[in-house]
Design a protein. Structure first.
Length: 453
């Protein structure tokens, strides 16, 4: 941790500018050796948050004309002295500046090392650090917004408040252990039960929202399924706004799974186009069909495309019945209907009247997908939502431990047993923000960051 670290903060390659980041107690000394500011008077005042023009040297050799940003401890990203060197965007130039910093004593940073230092120096907790990665990797505006609210510390505050509730309850139990002969024991048990149940309610509310959070972050694995020629490829193309799948009049030509991501109503759909569900004799097609049934099982959302001027088939009924929770029926080609009267099985909200050709139904599809993701209004986009699998898993373990505590209270277990269960809950909730975390877990988390972050 005492080392001064350096890394490229921008991706290698020819670009307009590159940025290198230098952080640590020796960062200032290294910069003094290499940077010759144009305005020495201003530079010498050591003002924080300034950008300074000058040349970057390695010994007597000028490497580039640069802008150096100065962010001094503790008011920097890492909490240490940080200098950011903006140089010209050639790979060669940036590499030479990097090497000069290393020659003057800096170590090449590991992936995520700047953020890890920020965490260790108390600049952010783990929820915020993981939000940084999510923000960088977000593929939809909704995912980016979610990561931003987490980065802001709102979610951390909710977790901290839950942690405090559990901590306070633990203190209450420990007071109970200290005074076992206290004659208000029964009353205390009731209070304790209320306290544990309140923590349980908060935990469950967060877990319920996390289903939405996870979808906003990772998207939904979506299968488009339907008989040949109903318009699956046309729908996929329309969603992607590009000719990625082959659209044709000959039934059964979309044989390969096509994986694409598309944002529908702000929700990322990871699309898998399939070969259809017809009972075809063609071997190649049959292989595709078997895969389709497997894909349906693993899918989180099924877009079943049917044709408006044809009644539902046995297979289509089957899919609607067994996957009721995750299927949306798209009743395509309504433009072919004479008076637009749908078959009765498509009515009562069972299907969205659709025409890819006339671009009808897309808005209704967006509304339906959003409504399902937000659990029909039970969860709001403005809610503090957990979305990270690690954090969700820690909260699930916290819930189990709280439930165990509540049961133990009911069974009249002694106070010291209750304290063991509740301490486990406290440890799990603490893992989320990083108040209680093993070094190996930290390494695992920060190794997923990019170099320079
Ligand atoms: P797939 O086999 O299910 O992938 O079906 P395709 O997307 O290849 O479409 C089959 C045929 O139906 C093509 O000729 C499309 O142009 C046509 N088609 C797709 N959507 C519509 C629609 O909404 N209305 C009409 N009339 N034809 C459509």
């Amino acid at each position: 941790m005492d080392d001064t670290i350096v890394a490229m903060a921008t991706a290698l390659g020819e670009t307009s500018i590159h940025i290198l980041r230098l952080s640590g107690s020796e960062a200032g000394t290294i910069i003094e050796k290499c940077f010759e500011p144009q305005n020495m008077k201003r530079w010498s005042r050591r003002e924080n948050f300034t950008l300074n023009l000058g040349v970057f040297r390695d010994e007597s050799r000028v490497l580039d004309q640069v802008l150096v940003g100065r962010m001094l401890a503790p008011s920097s990203y890492t909490g240490e002295d940080v200098y950011e060197i903006n140089c010209h965007g050639g790979t060669f130039v940036a590499q030479r500046i990097l090497q000069a910093c290393i020659r003057h004593g800096a170590q090449l940073a590991e992936p995520g090392e700047f953020s890890k230092r920020a965490f260790l120096n108390g600049k952010m907790d783990l929820v915020q650090a993981e939000a940084v990665v999510d923000l960088i990797c977000s593929r939809t505006e909704t995912a980016a917004n979610l990561a931003l609210t987490q980065l802001d510390g709102g979610l951390s505050a909710t977790i901290v408040s839950l942690r405090e509730k559990i901590l306070e309850t633990l203190a209450f139990i420990e007071a109970g252990i200290d005074f076992p002969e206290d004659d208000v024991e029964t009353l205390d048990r009731e209070t304790l039960e209320i306290k544990v149940n309140m923590a349980l309610v908060d935990t469950r509310r967060l877990l319920a929202g996390s289903k939405t959070g996870k979808i906003l972050r990772d998207g939904l694995l979506t299968v488009i399924v339907g008989r040949p020629n109903v318009g699956k490829s046309s729908l996929l193309n329309a969603l992607l706004h590009e000719e990625r799948a082959i659209v044709t009049d000959i039934p059964g030509t979309t044989r390969d799974e096509i994986r694409e991501s598309v944002s529908v109503g702000g929700i990322l759909l990871q699309l898998v186009d399939t070969a259809g569900i017809s009972d075809s004799q063609d071997l190649v097609e049959r292989l595709g069909i078997e895969r389709t049934w497997k894909a349906l099982q693993t899918a989180e959302l099924i877009l079943l495309v049917v044709q408006a001027n044809q009644p539902l088939t046995k297979e289509e009924y089957h899919i609607i019945n067994i996957y009721a929770e995750k299927v949306i029926v798209i009743v395509n080609k309504i433009d072919l209907l004479e008076n637009e009267d749908l078959f009765s099985e498509y009515e009562n909200g069972k299907g969205i009247p659709f025409s890819v050709l006339q671009h009808r139904g897309f808005e209704e599809l967006e509304v339906e997908i959003r409504s399902r993701v937000y659990q029909r209004g039970a969860v709001l986009a403005s809610d503090q939502l957990l979305s990270n699998v690690r954090q969700i898993s820690a909260l699930e373990r916290c819930e189990i431990a709280l439930k165990q505590t509540a049961e133990s209270i009911k069974m009249g277990m002694p106070w010291d047993i209750l304290s063991i269960d509740l301490r486990a809950a406290l440890n799990y909730v603490s893992e989320i923000t990083g108040d209680n975390v093993q070094e190996s877990l930290l390494e695992d988390i920060f190794s997923r960051f990019c170099i320079g972050k």
